[in-house]
Design a protein around this ligand. Structure first.
Ligand SMILES: C[S@@+](CC[C@H](N)C(=O)[O-])C[C@H]1O[C@@H](n2cnc3c(N)ncnc32)[C@H](O)[C@@H]1O
Length: 261
């Protein structure tokens, strides 16, 4: 199997992604049971979760064969991995206690469009047992406000220049400060590591805002039981200076229940 560079880079990024904080958050709402992760990538989340939930059985599906091969190579005892598209029906009805979508809903939307998201949620509804849970953790479209920040060193200035060159996003300079739309700042933050590692996939990810998430969840048979928003952490960006309270939200986690129609 000849692999393209983009897939290899993404596989390595997924394997190296520090998911400690996310795993902790997932565990706070996850019970033992039969658990499916859709868009499981290289299986890193399942690997971490399975270490803590020893009495559970995990299934992971992903559309990318190389990711599934890497997941299988991890030889996780209580997990099985399959190549499958989230939009295609793969499991029997009422098979799972919990379904997890961690950073994969926006990817399904990118690859399969609005209809793909709808089909994936229909399938999840079908797979879940009565009273089963859907956990979604994904990006959140920010508001249309502006933010002011300072690029604290030459390295960050160069990264910013490259980002602007690639994206064409607008900004103003106010003395040493940069002023730009929060949504463009979020796009910049999310690509800093990729620019640093000379990764050329700098395409902007499209996420839903809070209202849009709730609408698609409710219209597909899910009730939102809880939601928690997480901010970008300034500590992770030493080359950027701004007011901590102005830092935008990075992602949201929903705990939903299947509503019996
Ligand atoms: C950002 S990665 C997240 C991987 C994993 N959930 C994690 O947190 O490490 C998104 C994943 O969704 C997968 N994906 C995208 N569209 C898909 C689809 N239609 N069906 C199944 N998986 C899909 C991608 O191949 C990719 O592995």
């Amino acid at each position: 199997m000849k692999l393209n560079n983009k897939i290899l880079l993404e596989a390595k990024r997924l394997d190296k992604w520090d998911n400690t904080a996310d795993v902790k958050e997932l565990l706070s709402v996850l019970n033992e049971g039969i658990i499916l992760e859709i868009g499981c990538g290289t299986g890193t989340i399942i690997e971490s979760l399975s270490n803590c939930l020893n009495n559970s059985k995990f299934y992971g599906i992903d559309i990318e064969p190389h990711f599934i091969q890497r997941a299988k190579n991890k030889k996780i005892q209580n997990a099985e991995f399959l190549i499958a598209n989230a939009t295609k029906r793969t499991f029997k009805a009422n098979s799972f206690d919990t379904v997890i979508l961690r950073d994969s809903l926006h990817e399904i939307r990118k690859k399969e469009g609005k209809k793909g998201v709808f089909l994936a949620l229909k399938n999840i509804y079908y797979y879940l047992k009565e009273g089963g849970s859907l956990i979604i953790r994904d990006g959140l479209t920010p508001n249309q406000k502006k933010i002011e920040f300072i690029l604290a060193n030459r390295k960050m200035e160069l990264i910013f220049e490259e980002f602007i060159e690639y994206s064409g996003r607008e900004f103003q300079r106010k003395n040493s400060r940069i002023v730009m739309l929060v949504k463009d700042f979020v796009y910049f933050l999310s690509k800093i590591k990729k620019i640093e590692s000379l990764n050329t996939s700098l395409e902007e990810s499209k996420h839903y805002n809070l209202e849009e998430y709730k609408k698609i969840l409710n219209s597909n048979g899910f009730e939102v039981l809880s939601q928690k928003k997480y901010k970008f952490s300034l500590e992770k960006y030493p080359g950027i200076i701004t007011n901590k309270r102005d830092m935008p939200f990075s992602y949201i986690m929903f705990l939903c229940k299947k509503i019996i129609k």
